[in-house]
Ligand binder design. Sequence first.
Ligand code: DON
Length: 286
Amino acid sequence: MIEILKMVETRDLNAMKSNAADVIHFVAESMKLAFADRAYWLGDPDYVKVPKNLISKKYAVSLAQKIDMEKVSLVKEHGTPDKAQEEVFPDLSKKHTTHFSTADADGNWVSCTATINTSFGSKVVIPGTGVVMNNEMDDFSAQPGATNFFGLVGAEANAVAPRKRPLSSMSPTIISKDGEPILALGAAGGPTIINQVVLTIINSIDFKMPLDDALKTPRFHHQWTPNELKIETNWVASVMTDLEKRGHKLNKVNSFGACQVIAKNPEGKGFIGAADPRGLGKAIGW
Ligand code: DON
């Protein structure tokens, strides 16, 4: 649908509509081109790489240029967008926590994390609303020592009780200097949220890294139980070996988390924003 609409967007349909056949021809030719792509490229993204650029503006323009307004064109085969097998649609099924950081010229800052806990929360939707109920009860400790979905343990302090709120790892944060906000950040990723925020603060404030680098820097996470150091694999091998020598049990993962941050521009007016390169977020508007 989006591929067709992107082609349609390349022309002024209103200018065409005095002749309905022009509109029908152009839209139908767009449909034909998109269906040729559908036939070749589309399938379950768990099994096949579906090119993201099928819906890029550039690709739509190149396809629409093939449309001859005088006669039907023979579409022998599918097209191929740029980077067809490198830039593919991500798996969105495991996304259930979102963080926004924002600030404005009047000095208002917001750091907001929202979650339904795990995929589709409790899998219950309030009829007629589309609102998915969370399964945040798992953030309570069911019994002392029992692990929850994220492998966390808790004690009496986090036991279930009426009107009590469960512990959360969500850490929407605003950091101030001399009473003025300078940094707003937060993250998604269960208990790793806490450590993602910690690391981003260390990278940005202590190590004075630009925000993009502060987020890009490989991460690590320890949550006491399980007794292992979750660590991103893009640390250099010597660091990994050194840690293992010190007795760390490494749980090597390609990447984890998604942290979003906005900061006061240290070199002047306005803000700098950065979105985690591991996630789907964007930094916009400054
Ligand atoms: O509040 C908490 O700590 C959890 N409910 C957060 C869950 C979460 O971040 C899932 N992740 N992406």
